[in-house]
Design a protein around this ligand. Sequence first.
Ligand SMILES: Nc1nc2c(c(=O)[nH]1)N[C@H]1C(S)=C(S)[C@@H](COP(=O)(O)O)O[C@H]1N2
Ligand SMILES: [Mo]
Length: 538
Amino acid sequence: MRRPFRAALAGIVATLVLFGAADLIARAFGPPAAPLLALGQTIIPLAPTGLVKPVIDLFGTNDKLFLILTTGLGSLVLGGLIGWLASHRLSLATALLFVAGLVPIIVILIRPESSVVDIVPTLIGLALGMTVFRLLMSVGMSLAEKGTAPAAPRRFPAAARPNGSSAPESSSSDSTETPASAPSRRRFFIITGIIGTAGAAAMAAGQTVAALTLDAGAAVAKLVLPKPASTAPPIPTSAHPDVKGLAPFVTDPTDFYRIDTALAPPVIDPQEWSLRIHGMVETEVTLTMDDLLSLPLDEHHITLTCVSNPVGGDLVGNATWLGYPVRELLRRANPNKDADMVLSHSIDGFSASTPIEALTDDRDSLLAVGMNGSPLPPEHGFPARLVVPGLYGFVSATKWVTELEVTRFDEKTAYWTDRGWDAKAPILVASRVEVPKPLAKVSAGDVAVAGTAWAQRSGIKRVDVKLDDGEWTSAELGDEVNIDTWRQWTTGFSDVDPGLHTVTVRAIDQDGNVQTPKRRKSIPNSATGHHHIQFSVE
Ligand SMILES: Nc1nc2c(c(=O)[nH]1)N[C@H]1C(S)=C(S)[C@@H](COP(=O)(O)O)O[C@H]1N2
Ligand SMILES: [Mo]
């Protein structure tokens, strides 16, 4: 066994070259061709839900970075281990490295968003990585061998020595650390350093970093939305109590929560995009972006909510969506009477099972292209997504949607249903306190309290607030914009004693459902319980 450290380093650098070269070349092919992105995307669904959901919820948008880093570091560790093995068994390790390099290629081949040519960058990366590995092993090992075998220089004339290098000084010493091993070690580390730096630089300039840092893409800027055929009524100021610290009534897209399983938003050229309606339909329908934009588009204010929003959390947002009624699209396809579900598919492999009536009744379910007056940002589904009032996002709000498959609940299941979540998931009545902020210090006297409540499809009838263990008192409600948007509320307590206090909120919907105080976790159909926060009066 020789030079295990150098061998491990050779494995790490070869891995870096594989991913770096592939990632750089992938810039010419697009995100589906980037092996690190493809691996990361594939690991998410494989990892246990119990692990992934909290990471997604906890890290929000940074979960992508977290998963990419974990995947990248894991690959480097594996490369290092294989390299280390090479110091015992070179050919076995070389074969293993090759097999490991095939994994991202297979992953790219089976990913729904990629095509066969997308494996080209990784194939080139693998060839380069293998070459680098052989090179570093020969530089690192054969020179080391001579360094520890002082007889060698005497047996071979300089020009005839296996690696052709000359080290006349080595013939004069017998110690393990011969003068020859120093230049050879230096040479190994210099070569390794240069190649490793090149690999890291390629990675930095590559598709993964480009995809992860992508904002509003160029395609978004180019898409010109038509004027709405029917505009949403303006939001009256009376909908938003004037209390400092209360969330805006309409959420800015940059503050709008983002939840999805995609490491980076897929980059979709609107000219290439189409929506196919198929399955249990009389007529298959295919709609291009030009088709969609030439239809009369409606604008609606709709509040979107995530099933994994914790009590009091911010995985809820309110936007003005521009889109075409899904009802009309389905009418063209003429679904079979026995169909009870529409499985919407995204280009990234995600799917959502929506009860068909939510897409065919009179609610404003949209195939949306606009959010607050602009094209959808890439993170929120560019160029098109579904928005369905009254259902949690995971069963309805498919981003980057490309297919509506008309089917039945007893025949097909959606992405999260397969992972233990509810198949239908209507939104439950909920409320949260936004003012005061948790653990805020407020001055003695009157304490302003405000927040937001929602009960899509029913509307908010009343919001009750209580201080400590006091009686429930009704808050003052902002005006209702429509039953599918949230409703903001405010109230106040006067003469609150100094010290620590708790304020608790509950909402009641128009059907009389009272938000339950019972605590439960979010799987399978949303956390419940009353939101309360503590503040102190000084
Ligand atoms: N393609 C795709 N669409 C998706 C998801 C996803 O993971 N992939 N997540 C859904 C979930 S769980 C929610 S709550 C909403 C969130 O939409 P937003 O990120 O625009 O807020 O998108 C839905 N649409
Ligand atoms: Mo969600």
